[in-house]
Design a protein around this ligand. Sequence first.
Ligand code: ATP
Length: 235
Amino acid sequence: ATGAPLLEVRKLEAWYGESHILHGVDIDVHPGEVVTLLGRNGAGKTTTLRAIMGLVGRRSGSIRFEGRETINMRSDLIGRAGVGYCPEERGIFASLNVTENLMLPPVVKPGGLDLDTIYKLFPNLKERASSQGTKLSGGEQQMLAIARILRTGANLLLLDEPTEGLAPVIVQQIGAMIREIKARGFTVLLVEQNFRFAQTVADRHYVMEHGRVVDMVRNDELNASLGRLHEYLGV
Ligand code: ATP
């Protein structure tokens, strides 16, 4: 891709207390791209998303979003700049119904989708509009967690393992949702363990190992790189 990246991560280091977790992560995500972070358990994928969102206490290096340095910015301000984060546990409010969950996060900038558009694009959610959070399946919760970000106007979505624990047919629905989001011009950086799924949604993949990015593969080169990836991922 040409032009300025939407997200530019350079020499990112991060610590949890005394534990040095990230050792210099470099990542670019261009506007409209879907990019995955692949890697074994403990490689630092979740920590990378959390550091971009400003949720890791101690971090150094550079994180530029829309050209603006955010490495020392507070998490809520990073959110207001247009970065949306969906953690692995999804964060759906159990006592609120689907519509209420969708309407809860504040709109941070123009360009988000209104409720009607969200329900038009994702009829599964519309059917469940008045169902309480607790009554939703894992897949419905995941869709809701993603859709909720689309309303806020966030233009970069950070998704942590959206397919985790979901049945194959639901994984396909999440894949369709991510492709729809991309078609609407949103940009996505997602953590994935499911290599086959990643292949159906992404433009490029970064491979992480021991707190570093060790490889980058374009999706159209993925099959030719399977041997190499096998070594990293053990798939
Ligand atoms: P997973 O898929 O298992 O989440 P990951 O690649 O996302 O893997 P991280 O969750 O980023 O990896 O974890 C990277 C390292 O940081 C691991 O060694 C983990 O034990 C450690 N770690 C994660 N969270 C904390 C924390 N809150 N305090 C201390 N260490 C942590």
